[in-house]
Design a protein around this ligand. Sequence first.
Ligand code: HEC
Length: 264
Amino acid sequence: MPVVSQEDFAAVMARMSAAKAAIMQRQQALLELRYDLTNRPAGGVTMSRGMSVQTGVRITLQGGMTWEGVARMSPEEISDKNVFPAGMMPLPHANHPGGGMVFPKYHIDEIRKQEGRELVRFDLDFDLPDHIMPEFPHAIFLTTRTDLGDVSQGKLVTADNYFGLFNGILNPKQLDGLRLLVSQFPQQQFNQTEDRRSERPSRGVTCFDCHANGHTNGAAHLVGDIRPQEFRHRIETPSLRGVNIQRLFGSQRALKTVEDFSGI
Ligand code: HEC
């Protein structure tokens, strides 16, 4: 990425907004080719607050193949006939060369409602349907107060409501830690800089914009530690549940302190 931007923000925004429909169409075509993303709830199997889990095999096979057919073939034959299930290949970012954080619409809507903050990108929409996403907002269970069960009160925790929700059930030090998790930090796509992807500049995003309620809302971006861009994987936000007992962090299990992650 060039250090000195040669195009002013208005021109970048006009160009990228115009390109958005074709980019999203290309991504939808890729998703349809690889996966069956229809809404098929598994009766009686739900997440903590009642949203149904989806059921069934969701990778579709190309070239008239069946799973039994693929199972009978040798690896060489699968390679020669080019019938390796495309749905098992890494899923690209909706705009892989551009990358950056993309938030699901339900999260964007709720943040706008609560904080009047804008997480919309003018160049991209989130690409996966809501019914295959995690429940929103999520239940919150405290390791220090298991007796209370879900303490979320069915709300998304933000800078607006965190104090009211947790005062009295977290100690002051924990409460201040939570404040940091719902505070904004500068982030490229939303910054007050010319290379942002949001119409209005903002002070950035919060940890809980991705790790919503300490869990995940399925927000995605590209892994930050690989070059060049095309080799970076799309990564979905993991839950932070259980991080209290982990000793190593990150998909490559290469980070030894949670502090390292505040760089994201
Ligand atoms: C754009 C969404 C996004 C934001 C904002 C974000 N994270 Fe993450 N977080 C991720 C993703 C994606 C990963 C997985 C990265 C990987 O494994 O390579 C991750 C991983 C983590 C992990 C490691 C979890 C594990 O199981 O190993 C911790 C801890 C973490 N984040 C904390 C934070 C904190 C603290 C903040 C705020 C300072 C934050 N994150 C902001 C998306 C985000």
